[in-house]
Ligand binder design. Structure first.
Ligand code: MN
Length: 425
């Protein structure tokens, strides 16, 4: 029990404690294969390209006759800026611009302008089945009435163009299925998923239909669904979950440049204020810290607190404590023990890593001799091993302590280390 009696040679795997002296195992070459030499940063917004006046001059006017007659300035902007520049910008493919435009028109019920843009979309490479898939997707995001109104225009346009609507029904996307690998995201991030008490069926539908089926249907890729969703939400000004959708879109393959360009494009169809608000949220979502910081740097000695007297003997304090984010169960902090200070006997359910940063100290696992540790040493204490650590009688010691918690507990405190037990090796 005292730990000073059995001085058998220690074997890490057997005793549950291992000490590595710093520098005793110099590393080989660095892991250069994990890095590439060139890092590219895609700005959310690219500098404007020179206006394509030449292209506009060559093109026949696409502005409606009424616009040319009543608002010639707007007609000029339509030809020169919208169709002569924005639609031609290479940062977003024409097909994607059609997807954005149609999503805005459908989500905001602007059916009068849909016919022309359906034709343009087909010319830009949108497949009829993708257009149908987009309407199905938007029924959930913008409501059934908008989808029904859009389908009337789509059916008329497709019929005029000789597209076999019956074949479209046969080709309709197959329902998807949620598996561990294709999950769209945690339900906690889904708007409505937390609405159980008030609307349990809504929460079920959100989980089962939208994120269990809709996002996995075969008639539109996840990337296109993100583009359509972002366009519809931005156009409607529904920005509550917009940042999350932007991150989802990023995960589904949309680049920052494409997202920025889609929102710029959308300004012409949903209005500047809607685009501006969406761009603001998107910028924060892409550039700002994710929920919980991506990288947290804590200076040494931050927020010192005295350790609980019930679990320690002598004077010790804790600084720079940290807790893992995003579901990580890792936590810890830096503990400085004044001369004579030590922990109680204790165990860690999932073990503990100590990294000695200053001074010299002692550590002991039950049934083993006390061992000296010094700055640079790393100490691994196995799960459930009874042990204590602290300063020497004459000098202070500081270590970083890191442990995972199980069921919210990273340590189980036991009785104090007696004066008789507290002695050097
Ligand atoms: Mn410990």
């Amino acid at each position: 029990m005292t730990g000073r009696t059995t001085a058998s040679p220690t074997e890490p795997g057997k005793t549950g404690m291992e000490i590595r002296r710093s520098g005793s195992q110099p590393s080989g070459k660095g892991p250069s294969e994990w890095f590439t030499g060139v890092v590219r940063v895609d700005p959310l917004f690219s500098p404007d390209e020179p206006a394509r006046a030449g292209a506009a001059q060559e093109r026949p006017s696409v502005a409606p006759k009424s616009m040319q007659a009543i608002a010639p300035g707007l007609a000029d902007d339509t030809d020169r800026v919208l169709f002569g520049d924005v639609w031609l910008r290479p940062q977003l493919a024409p097909r994607d611009r059609s997807l954005v435009t149609l999503a805005v028109l459908i989500a905001t019920g602007k059916t009068a302008q849909m016919g022309g843009h359906l034709g343009r979309g087909l010319a830009n490479g949108l497949k009829p089945v993708e257009i149908a898939g987009m309407v199905t997707h938007l029924a959930f995001h913008a409501g059934w009435p908008n989808a029904v109104s859009a389908l009337e225009v789509i059916e008329r346009t497709f019929t005029e163009r000789g597209i076999d609507v019956a074949a479209l029904r046969r080709d309709a996307g197959t329902p998807g299925r949620t598996t561990a690998s294709n999950r769209v995201g945690p339900e906690a991030e889904v708007p409505g998923a937390g609405a159980d008490p008030l609307a349990p069926r809504f929460a079920e539908l959100t989980h089962d239909v939208i994120f269990g089926d809709l996002w996995h249907r075969s008639d539109l890729t996840p990337r296109d669904r993100s583009l359509v969703t972002l366009s519809a939400l931005a156009a409607a000004g529904d920005l509550g979950g917009f940042g999350e959708e932007v991150r989802r879109g990023s995960g589904n393959g949309l680049t920052k440049v494409e997202i920025g360009e889609a929102l710029t494009h959308l300004a012409f169809y949903a209005g500047w204020p809607k685009a501006s608000a969406a761009i603001s949220v998107a910028t924060k979502a892409l550039d700002g810290p994710a929920p919980g910081p991506k990288v947290q740097v804590v200076p040494p000695g931050r927020s010192p607190v005295a350790v609980p007297a019930a679990n320690f003997t002598g004077s010790a304090f804790l600084t720079s404590s940290f807790k893992g984010t995003g579901g990580a169960s890792l936590g810890g902090g830096t503990v400085t023990f004044q001369p004579g200070a030590r922990t109680n006997w204790h165990t860690h359910p999932l073990g503990q890593l100590l990294v000695v940063t200053e001074g010299r100290g002692w550590v002991q696992a039950e049934g083993e001799p006390v061992r000296a540790i010094t700055a640079g040493d790393t100490v691994w204490i196995g799960p459930g091993v009874r042990h204590w650590h602290g300063a020497t009688r004459t000098g202070a010691m500081t270590h970083v302590a890191v442990a995972e918690s199980a069921d919210g507990r990273s340590v189980v405190w036991l009785e104090p280390v007696t004066e008789g037990q507290y002695a050097g090796p």
